[in-house]
Design a protein around this ligand. Structure first.
Ligand code: AMP
Ligand code: MG
Length: 306
């Protein structure tokens, strides 16, 4: 997955750990675009040529990603692949591609050109060189599958951390009655936190512009791209953290909310009671949409709670 994976259990149970890591491996074989082969890569390789039959879970995930991409004004786009590959942010990329090259890729990022056939469970990308990229939701999806597997094995207290996608199962067995999850200090050292988010049995997902980026002439180019322009999204937000039951929702909403900007995101969230968010802005503000499912404590004096 290109990120560190942590599984915290309260018992010495190598069997549980083994089956979780096997599950992650299986999911990666379905969904990755960082290797030549996966079910998703088979779809991408056949772009403009023919539909490809995929497994039901992969089909359902692509269907969900397409639906989110087609929401009005959505900045989530499952067909962002050609732009992600071209920028290579976080993977060797450290120069801004020429504007004409970015322009020429935009027509390949039309979600409506992903043709889904539920009868045959097949996916067809209508234009040659189109590419689906599920990087914005795969970790959330996989975290939920791990939770299901742990529940199946009777585990009621655990923590899964897939490179910043944290999913808490139940409460910790000891060391406090809630899980304490650090809110990362943007551009700080690896373990620097600006606050602590306390939850029981919730998903806590963060998307931040400091996760993968490069800098040219003092300007940051990060890994969340604006599908309208082809350039990194540019607004007042440094990071968005979503607290929800399911990690797939957290992963989807961090991208959606990031694209909306704080003001629009807050009024949007007022209509969705089961999703809550924490925004960290470039002016050092921390803004909470509401605080029903978690407790937040500020640790860093250089930030202030709005
Ligand atoms: P996340 O770590 O969940 O914030 O997702 C970031 C990843 O999502 C990037 O590394 C890309 O693979 C992908 N991505 C970038 N921009 C978009 C976008 N506008 N819509 C969907 N996925 C994106
Ligand atoms: Mg995401």
């Amino acid at each position: 997955m290109g990120s560190p994976i942590l599984l915290k259990l309260f018992e010495d149970n190598p069997q549980v750990a083994t089956s979780v890591f096997r599950l992650i491996k299986q999911q990666e074989d379905l969904l990755t675009v960082n290797r030549a082969h996966s079910q998703l890569m088979a779809v991408n390789h056949a772009a403009g040529l023919h539909p490809v039959v995929v497994s039901q879970p992969v089909f359902d995930l692509i269907r969900q990603a397409k639906a989110v991409s087609l929401l009005a004004d959505s900045c989530f786009n499952l067909t962002i692949g050609p732009l992600v590959k071209h920028w290579k942010i976080g993977f060797r990329g450290h120069t801004v591609p020429p504007a004409a090259e970015i322009q020429s890729l935009l027509p390949l990022t039309r979600p409506e050109h992903v043709i889904l056939d539920p009868q045959t469970c097949s996916v067809f990308l209508q234009q040659p060189d189109m590419e689906i990229d599920l990087g914005a939701i795969a970790k959330g999806y996989i975290a939920d599958r791990i939770r299901d597997e742990l529940h199946r094995m009777g585990i009621e207290h655990a923590l899964i951390n897939l490179g910043g996608n944290v999913l808490a199962i139940g409460a910790p067995l000891y060391g406090g009655n809630r899980w304490a999850i650090g809110l990362k200090k943007p551009f700080g050292s690896a373990d620097a936190s600006i606050g602590v988010i306390e939850v029981i049995g919730k998903s806590v997902v963060t998307s931040g512009i400091y996760e993968r980026y490069f800098e040219v002439d003092g300007k940051i180019y990060h890994h969340i791209l604006d599908p309208k322009t082809g350039y990194p999204l540019d607004n007042e937000i440094l990071s968005v953290t979503v607290i929800s039951d399911n990690s797939i929702d957290g992963d989807i909403y961090t991208t959606l909310l990031y694209g909306m900007g704080v003001e629009k995101a807050l009024s949007y969230l007022a209509t969705i009671p089961y999703i809550e968010a924490i925004f960290v802005t470039k002016t050092g503000q921390i803004i909470l949409s509401s605080q029903r499912q978690f407790k937040f404590t500020l640790l860093d004096e250089s930030y202030h709670l709005a």
